[in-house]
Design a protein around this ligand. Structure first.
Ligand code: C2G
Length: 137
């Protein structure tokens, strides 16, 4: 680690971010407020399908391109399994882990890795599922 890095506070968050919308942006903006450098671990198509039964509208590369265009996001890495969080936080020298509060309590085990765990309120009334359903009407 460079000397400068010690002072850089690093934040990580995880998600699918399909059909990117203002709820995602609200989360990313607030997550970035916890540090200087925000890493987004983006669920791969395979992880989404096998572990979350989610079929994405945009594939991984397209979702990655969209996230990398967001001013709050500094790095996008793949999320391939549920277990990687425990090693990611060390590999990327993470200080704070942030997730929406639909995951409240689910990742508290990361505190044992010396990481601050923060759950932020979700933005109401918007979701990728909501968008898909509304467009069907
Ligand atoms: N989010 C939000 N408000 C919404 C919708 C989403 O704050 N209206 C937040 C979620 O709480 C999450 C992030 O945006 O923190 C990404 O949402 P999803 O892509 O739905 O993430 P999810 O499928 O829950 O994946 O290992 C963790 C999982 O990969 C999380």
């Amino acid at each position: 680690m460079e000397e400068g890095d010690e002072k850089v506070k690093r934040v990580i968050t995880y998600g699918t971010f399909d059909l990117l919308h203002y709820g995602h942006i609200n989360l990313l903006r607030r997550a970035k407020e916890y540090g200087d450098y925000l890493i987004v671990a983006l669920s791969t198509d395979q992880f989404n399908w096998n572990e979350k039964q989610k079929k994405c509208y945009f594939d991984y590369e397209k979702r990655k391109t969209l996230l990398e265009a967001i001013r709050y996001v500094d790095l996008v890495i793949p999320e391939e399994n549920w277990e990687q969080k425990k090693t990611d936080v060390h590999e990327y020298h993470v200080d704070t882990f942030v997730m929406g509060d639909d995951w409240e309590g689910k990742f508290d085990f990361l505190k044992e890795e010396g990481v601050e765990v923060v759950y932020l309120s979700r933005t109401p009334e918007i979701s990728s599922t909501q968008i898909k359903n509304d467009l069907k009407r």
